[in-house]
Ligand binder design. Structure first.
Ligand code: DC
Length: 656
């Protein structure tokens, strides 16, 4: 079995662009298929669960064409699937099997739906009961009440309301609501129980409306779909970011400093899970809402408050709060979460088992969970901190959310192992990279030309076992690429696209541009001067931003360059400004050149450095200066190893 070892983590900050919402992606795909006309869907989630839906639609003959990254064209078939007989594999995707079952049952074809073993343990009986009331032919081919299912053609009759339960999963109601307009007749659904997870029904109704179908709702009790409605493509649709996936990053910001910003959701979101941010706020976290972002920071006191709350409205995001509970100041109770028992795994039981491995005391009920974290000796501290058991190996039960939630435990400052980390592919294949981009420690090192920062940074990285980013080389590569492409170095609109798509690779100390070794070529005087020109172009700096941030990986990063601590990694764990007198730097460069057998003049070198310092300090974009929060290391009297030791002292102090 694969394992991921997370290092001890202490601080979270940064920006995450969220992948598309699973709930919205799979609903939009199906509605586009059930509609008349062609729909273009952008920012679709690329994950196991959406692939299940895409594959199934293609198998039943719906025209689905990839037209770019995460963009698809769906040629609607108005609910009349061209392929009338098919076997469909649904993996463990509840958002695919439930609504597809309903739509296929009304389509007049013969289909068999099955999934992974866990899918065959997840209930579907309440949906099938609803479908049988209107004359569809849906049969259990395994255990009654559970997939696999066989569907056949049937005569549909919509006499009287469909009576359906809504206390096990809201997806049964979603499935009925999305499929019933295919009949063209008036359809009424009456709930016979309390409806859970209501915000998911709001997503369903919202998206149906975008495809032109209106549902009349009386409370959460009775839903009427007036006769004569058809789904019509709205043309172009965008999928908003996944609010459930956002919960891990927002929690990280609330637990470990922040700010952590998630982009792709905000005030305008139609997903109920954005309300997770309100719950975090109740714990004391500081939350900021934008139209297209949410940001979380730790409370002013730095301590999250214990809670006792009902989470029926955010069942998925609530799992994140079960792990966040470890970081609060007392016993936390999560209530009204019975649906956890029928998800990817029995999440109440799985959560209890794994939280205990970290040192928590956990009580478990049919629909609730209580979590109390063990603490340091109260005699030794006013408010003892939670004590995490190091090196816990967390089992994930083939449940993406278990894996994502428990990554937060490393913020307790202990190493944590996640078993079978790839299960995150269900909804967020790149989750751990994104998590590293806001939690992996960063040591930012800046300083003037020839201060030795490159050498020192590289050695500090080697000592810590961290990755190393020589950001100057990216500006140098950009200058070289521009010169090779015949683009003028001050042509901002021409150079920026080259920076954005730089075909550069770094292989064991060698630097390649389009496969060509340019390690020496980017160190010439011409390129030094050229890189300083392109580095002054704001569009070039913006184009390199994401690329530089992607270097932030576990177990950590040493980043060397001008704006590492101010713009690229403002939340860096440690910021160092490495300098030396101009005379000392000129002398070092002189010795380097002589050692290489080149001729050099120390006076010319000194003058050159002084001029460059002045130019660098005065430029308007990313000028050379020691930022307020950076610690100064003057290497004038130090050898390389002493300079490395001085930086290591700063790093170790910051990581306490
Ligand atoms: O560190 P270096 O000499 O390799 O950097 C090359 C040029 O790029 C130099 O003019 C400084 C500039 N630079 C920058 O503006 N921002 C960075 N993060 C790194 C380098």
């Amino acid at each position: 079995m694969e394992q991921l070892n997370l290092p001890p983590l202490f601080h979270a900050s940064g920006v995450v662009r969220l992948p598309g919402s699973k709930s919205i992606s799979n609903r939009m795909l199906l509605l586009a298929a059930l509609a008349e006309g062609t729909t273009e869907i952008r920012d679709l989630l690329d994950s196991d669960d959406t692939r299940v839906m895409l594959d199934a639609l293609q198998k039943v003959g719906v025209g689905v064409t990839a037209i770019g990254t995460n963009a698809y064209r769906v040629d609607g078939c108005a609910g009349r699937f061209p392929v009338k007989d098919a076997d469909l594999f649904m993996g463990n995707a509840g958002t695919a099997i439930r609504p597809l079952t309903a739509a296929l049952a009304l389509s007049g074809g013969s289909y068999r739906l099955s999934g992974v073993p866990r899918m065959h343990e997840r209930p579907i009986g309440d949906l099938v009961d609803g479908l049988l009331q209107i004359g569809t032919d849906v049969r259990y081919t395994g255990n009654p009440g559970f997939p696999p299912l066989a569907i056949g053609p049937a005569t549909i009759s919509l006499q009287g309301p469909i009576r359906a339960r809504g206390d096990v999963s809201s997806q049964f109601l979603t499935a009925l609501l999305m499929a019933l307009p295919l009949t063209g007749e008036q359809a009424v659904i009456e709930m016979t129980t309390e409806l859970i997870s209501k915000p998911y029904i709001e997503i369903t109704l919202n998206l149906m409306a975008r495809f032109g179908v209106r549902v009349e709702r009386e409370g959460w009790q009775r839903f009427t779909i007036p006769a004569g409605q058809r789904y019509c493509s709205p043309g172009l649709l965008h999928v908003e970011g996944d609010a459930s996936s956002a919960s891990y990053f927002l929690a990280a910001g609330a637990i470990a400093g922040g700010p952590v910003r998630v982009e792709g959701i905000g005030r305008q979101s139609i997903q109920g899970d954005v309300r997770f941010a309100d719950e975090l706020e109740k714990l004391g976290a500081r939350i900021t809402w934008g139209d297209n972002f949410i940001e979380a920071r730790a409370p002013e006191s730095d301590k999250l408050r214990a809670f006792d709350l009902d989470f029926n409205h955010i069942p998925d995001a609530a799992m994140t709060l079960a792990v966040a509970a470890l970081f609060t100041d007392g016993r936390c109770v999560l209530r009204n979460i019975a649906s956890w028992r029928v998800k990817e795994t029995d999440r109440i039981s799985a959560m209890a088992t794994e939280l205990r491995k970290l040192g928590a005391t956990v009580e478990e009920g049919g629909d609730w969970l209580a979590v109390s974290m063990s603490r340091g000796d109260p005699a030794n501290a006013v408010s003892p901190a939670p004590t995490f058991v190091p090196n816990a190996a967390i089992d994930t039960y083939d449940d993406h959310r278990m894996a994502m939630c428990f990554s937060l435990a490393a913020l307790g400052g202990v190493p944590v192992t996640i078993n079978d980390p790839k299960c995150v592919a269900k909804t967020f294949p790149d989750y751990f990279d994104a998590f590293a981009e806001v939690t992996a420690p960063v040591i930012a090192i800046d300083g003037p030309s020839a201060s030795g920062k490159g050498t020192v940074a590289e050695r500090v990285a080697a000592k810590l076992g961290y990755h190393y980013l020589d950001s100057g080389s990216l500006y140098r590569l950009t200058a070289l690429a521009a010169i090779r492409a015949g683009v003028a170095l001050d042509d901002e609109a021409g150079v920026a696209p080259l920076a954005a798509t730089l075909p550069a690779t770094f292989e064991g100390g060698r630097i390649l541009l389009s496969g060509d070794d340019v390690t020496e070529a980017i160190r010439t005087e011409e390129i030094s001067a050229g890189s300083s020109k392109v580095a002054a172009l704001p569009a070039v700096r913006a184009a390199l931003l994401d690329r530089q941030r992607a270097y932030r990986r576990f177990p950590g990063l040493v980043a060397d360059g001008r704006d590492m601590g101010s713009v690229v990694f403002p939340g860096a764990t440690a910021k160092v400004f490495l300098t030396a007198s101009a005379e000392a730097r000129a002398e070092r460069r002189y010795k380097q050149l002589i050692a290489k057998g080149m001729s050099a003049n120390i006076h010319a070198l000194l003058q050159d450095l002084q001029e460059r310092d002045a130019r660098d300090a005065q430029r308007s974009v990313a000028p050379l200066k020691q930022s307020d929060d950076a610690e100064l290391v003057d290497t004038t009297p130090l050898g390389i190893e002493e300079a490395v030791a001085a930086v290591m002292t700063i790093v170790e102090r910051q990581q306490m």
